[in-house]
Design a binder for this molecule. Structure first.
Ligand SMILES: [Ca+2]
Length: 464
């Protein structure tokens, strides 16, 4: 029912002609409502009747985390035990705008959160508010990075511990849902995963299903891992991206300016500096891997493994030398593509993979459907990722990436298809066309290739 409404909404958004253009021909007929959520047995304490949801929401974690020069066994297990979305992206790739879109299921034009300094939360219901109305116990622990002056807990959370702004990796001062302020000594990710463990045990003891966001700052800059991890990858060989040496003149003007500004390079000036930064980045992910292993132990110990949908994703990616830059917000794969793994043994077979597009705005309807939310989802444009994973729904043919306020001075938009990516820059105007299938590192601009004229014209026409 909800899914039908969503599909209808996608087609009924007259103002968003791009969405209609994006809808593949099979999405209308192929959008059968997924089977109802399986209710658990029993119902006493320790036996919740409804599935719970845990979202490990990392900060700046790249899509290729499982191809890193170090193994992350808990992350690999999570992906192997459920579904690995091979083509998962964010519709906008800076912290605040992407988080606003994830929480509300709306694109940047609807959230109004266009940069990392928005004046207020969007006037839209978040998935946490939907969850509360659906009888779920809700929590968020970690980096919030949306407007919450004075670190005041946002609406929709029974338990919350976060802070105002981007925060620090060590001895972070948190504020809880009651306004109590405290310092979590040590590496923030450790405290966050510990706090999540307590929440899961408490909710299970109360027999209440829950929606839990675990939001470590890792591996966001500064590249300062926990002491037990710092330097542990010093001997690991690092291969820089093929495009690290891309000529400055080959880049769009906007990106040439970024390359020139030392403040945008995060101190990376040399190959050795880039390799050092890359090692620290992956060291920051080691704490996430340990945290996920801890959550696995807790869920298993509490008897919640099979009935819990556990997702791991990120608010955006992070370029580690691609095009000679250390950036997000740009439209390159390393910036806009994110990991997305989902494990739900009751519904999703282990070893599932899909290359269908999965977007940050899809978490809202996905979680709402898992909860069996009664609230209508209105015009939320996302799609149910469980249905995508199980083959009950088709993928989009394309999606729109938007950074309308990049650095407060430019607009970067991209139409992304399975094979092609067309990027349009304004201020100054420019464009790029990449063949992601033949050129996954985005090394060759096809926009000036006369053989690609038809593709270029078609994708230009898809741009709103
Ligand atoms: Ca981020």
């Amino acid at each position: 029912m909800i899914r039908s409404l969503l599909v209808f909404a996608v087609f009924s958004l007259g103002a968003a002609s791009f969405l209609a253009a994006c809808s593949d021909s099979s999405s209308g007929s192929g959008a059968e409502a997924p089977p109802p959520v399986q209710a658990g047995k029993g119902g006493g304490p320790g036996e919740p009747k409804r599935p719970s949801i845990v979202v490990v929401y990392c900060d700046d974690l790249r899509y290729d985390v499982l191809d890193a020069p170090v193994e992350f066994p808990a992350l690999a297990k999570l992906a192997a035990d459920g579904v690995r979305f091979e083509r998962s992206y964010v519709t906008t790739s800076r912290c605040c705008p992407s988080r606003a879109s994830m929480l509300t299921g709306r694109r940047i034009g609807e959230t109004g959160v266009r940069n990392n300094h928005p004046p207020a939360m969007p006037d839209l219901e978040t998935i946490a508010e939907v969850a509360q109305k659906s009888g779920y116990r809700t929590a968020w622990f970690g980096k919030w990075h949306l407007p919450n002056p004075g670190a005041k807990a946002p609406a929709g959370f029974d338990e919350w511990a976060g802070y105002e702004g981007p925060g620090d990796h060590f001895d972070q001062r948190f504020t809880d849902q009651d306004g109590q302020s405290f310092v979590a000594e040590g590496h923030q990710a450790d405290w966050i995963f510990d706090r999540a463990e307590t929440f899961i045990r408490d909710a299970n003891a109360a027999g209440q299903p829950f929606l839990l966001f675990v939001a470590p700052k890792n591996p966001h800059i500064p590249m300062t891992p926990a002491p037990r991890h710092a330097g542990s990858l010093d001997e690991v060989p690092i291969e820089l991206p093929k495009t690290f040496q891309t000529e400055r003149a080959a880049l769009p003007r906007l990106e040439q300016d970024l390359r020139d500004r030392r403040s945008d390079r995060q101190g990376v000036e040399t190959e050795d500096g880039m390799k050092r930064e890359t090692r620290r980045y992956w060291e920051l992910v080691l704490a996430v891997d340990e945290g996920v292993a801890k959550l696995d132990r807790v869920l298993a110990g509490e008897g919640l493994m099979a009935s819990t949908l556990m997702l791991l994703t990120s608010d955006n990616g992070q370029m580690l030398g691609e095009q000679g830059m250390v950036q997000k917000g740009l439209a390159y794969e390393a910036s806009i593509r994110v990991p997305l793994f989902g494990r739900w043994p009751d519904r999703i077979p282990a070893g599932t993979t899909t290359d269908g597009f999965a977007l940050n705005i899809d978490l809202f309807p996905t979680i709402a459907n898992v909860m069996g939310a009664k609230e209508p989802m209105g015009a939320a444009p996302g799609r149910d990722l469980v249905a995508l994973a199980t083959g009950e729904a088709a993928s989009r043919d394309r999606f729109l990436y938007e950074a309308p306020n990049f650095g407060g001075r430019a607009s970067i938009m991209a139409v992304v298809e399975q094979r092609w990516k067309y990027i349009r820059y304004t201020t100054p105007n420019d464009e790029r066309l990449f063949d992601l299938r033949a050129d996954p590192t985005e090394s060759v601009d096809e926009a000036k290739n006369p053989d690609r004229r038809a593709v270029l014209e078609r994708l230009r026409s898809e741009m709103p």
